[in-house]
Write a protein that binds this ligand. Sequence first.
Ligand SMILES: [Mg+2]
Length: 291
Amino acid sequence: MKLNSAAKKYGLSLAAAMLVSGCVNTTVPTKAESPKPDDLLNATLWMQNSVEYKANVRNIFHLAKIQLDDALKNKRRTALPDMQKPGYMKLPPAIILDCDETILDNSKYEAYLIKTGQGYSSTTWKKYVQNKVAEAMPGAVEFTRYAASRGVEVFYVTNRKKVSEQATYENMRALGFPMGNGKTDTLLTKGEKPEWGSAKGNRDAMIAKRYRVLLMLGDNFGDFTDKASGNLKQREAAYREYMSHWGTDWFVLPNPAYGSFESSAFGRNYHLSPAQRRQKKIDVLNSWSGK
Ligand SMILES: [Mg+2]
């Protein structure tokens, strides 16, 4: 059918008829090659603008609250069975949470990277953190305040650096997160002690010596186990090994923007360009043949 007659038949404008007939590429034409591809775009769009992301996060805090109540009643429960010593049932209760993209929303920083065409850098990240503009993730303040109201010590084990601890503390306190009673350091940053590196196991073990750890919450596999630093196959094996924890006492917040899921796909070769990393990520995809 000719476009003019299609327009007449369906009462459409010529432009609408072109769309219906598939004559028009609906991709908005922009300057050639602009904007450039950016692997952060869809993830940041989803995390910052979708109700689906917000609802996902609320789902998790809601389920975590149910499990928290149960774990308070059942003194045998622990989220860190390999780390707790005999008699742990008598220890006071605690929970361990990561900060970034577990309870703190840094999508403004990701949006800044996209809009300025930059990759992550420790310089811009430090400046962002010092600005204290991170927001709370949906339901995070309510969940942590509820835990604190039940007498649970709320620990934050973060890989933000010691130099950023004060700004992080002030940002979190202003958002309403429980920050302890002033006697116990509950915000444990990377490098705060010489042995506190990126791996979080020794910080978790230190908490498990003095507390019964009811729940762990994080957005990255490394928030739960140091085995996260393996290759893709090793990570899959560790994920299976800990199957009984997921949704019971380990809760993963969604973070499609960054994390060890991505770095393990390009072998943690951070010297690779964005395009080289993208190729490595494409290479590990399991694809339909198209036949
Ligand atoms: Mg995180």
